[in-house]
Write a protein that binds this ligand. Structure first.
Ligand SMILES: [Zn+2]
Length: 380
């Protein structure tokens, strides 16, 4: 009962902060005394903070304003890309506090060595958290690829094409790096980059019977509802009969026309260039901005292939809205409009978040767990 009520109160504060104890009691259907006791417990665990009465409030009984504690525990996101390892620290409200990206050719080395590339990044962020006197509630790892339940009951990366990882126990590899840093007993979790980006977009306020379409290294779909874990590998939906062969074994997959490497090749580039997380603009976006005709054609061909891939998605799942994020979202209004014109009636809107969406969502998965079950954090 205490576990359930703590979670209920924590959830209400997370969703409606700043909020008073009276409002929480009304919404939770609990007595004011019960809510006050639960809030006291959450405050002493540094999960919730009372900001005091609102400034300029009329005299009378002061109503405290409860928020998630901005000085409480922090969550870490860790992302591996073909050419980087990146980590970010977020507070309980999802506000980014620190970020560090290390350029490293992860795709050129075995997975264990790639995971080792993350050690300096992890060390630096743990040092920053320690200096700020913050506890790290856990680490959410993300990669562009498919994640499935593994043999030890924990998720593994089944296939991450840009990293050349197949059946990699990333949680095990990162946990080994944490042990090297003398960090033990942390909550370490793993999810694909599109599911993480969708969670970040949801935590930033997008919700409804909506789908998120995004990804940097992959093209995927995920519901904008964290209770649904469906994640569609849209990049490998065939859109061209007798089209280009794909490493997945099929032909004419969307990824062959709208994927990062494919679009770069269609625009006449030797390779896809550095990742957006390293602070660069996508190479094809840069060419488009400079008016390059081949890059414009590559973008339009990608938009047409994307529209073709969305036709069956719409028929099967009937979403109200599709939120376009990640690398394809960064092509902006011209791409969005071209896809939209092919799918009248479906609302296609731009995502709020940029290249760090998946990194933030990976940390967000740790925050979501603390909010859903504060007692585990308090007792841990
Ligand atoms: Zn494919």
């Amino acid at each position: 009962m205490r576990r359930h009520n703590l979670a209920l109160v924590m959830n209400l504060i997370a969703r409606s902060a700043p909020v008073s104890r009276v409002e929480v009691a009304e919404r939770a259907g609990l007595t004011k005394a019960t809510v006050s006791a639960l809030v006291t417990e959450l405050i002493s665990a540094e999960l919730v903070r009372d900001l005091g009465p609102a400034p300029g409030r009329a005299p009378g009984r002061p109503a405290g304003r409860l928020v998630l504690d901005p000085y409480g525990p922090v969550a870490m996101g860790l992302q591996f890309g073909a050419d980087f390892a990146a980590a970010a620290l977020l507070d309980l409200s999802g506000r980014p506090l620190a970020r560090h990206v290390r350029r490293f050719d992860v795709a050129a080395v075995p997975a264990a060595e790639g995971a080792r590339a993350a050690r300096p990044v992890l060390r630096r962020l743990f040092e920053e958290a320690t200096l700020a006197g913050r506890l790290v509630a856990g680490i959410g790892i993300t990669v562009g690829g498919t994640v499935s339940p593994g043999p030890r009951g924990r998720p593994v990366v089944t296939w991450a094409p840009a990293l050349r990882w197949r059946d990699v126990d990333v949680i095990g590899l990162v946990s080994a790096q944490l042990r090297e840093l003398d960090l033990h007993g942390l909550d370490v979790r793993l999810a694909g980059e599109v599911a993480c980006a969708a969670l970040a977009e949801y935590q930033a306020g997008a919700a409804g019977d909506w789908l998120y379409l995004g990804g940097e290294d992959v093209i995927g779909l995920a519901p904008l509802n964290p209770d649904l874990t469906l994640a569609g590998d849209l990049g490998h939906v065939p859109v061209r009969r007798r089209g280009e062969p794909c490493p997945c074994g099929n032909r004419g997959c969307l990824d062959r026309y709208a994927g990062r490497a494919a679009m770069a090749a269609a625009a006449g580039l030797a390779g896809p260039g550095p990742s957006r997380l390293l602070g660069n603009e996508d190479a094809v976006t840069g060419l488009i901005r400079r008016g390059d005709p081949a890059a414009h054609r590559a973008r339009d061909a990608a938009a047409d292939a994307l529209a073709d891939a969305l036709v069956p998605v719409r028929a099967l799942l009937a979403p109200d809205t599709v939120v376009l994020g990640g690398r394809l979202g960064a092509f902006g209004e011209p791409l969005r409009r071209r896809v939209q014109d092919r799918l009248p009636g479906l609302v296609l809107r731009q995502a709020k978040l940029g290249a760090d969406a998946a990194l933030h969502g990976a940390a967000g998965s740790v925050i979501a767990r603390v909010i859903a079950d504060p007692l585990t954090w308090i007792d841990g």
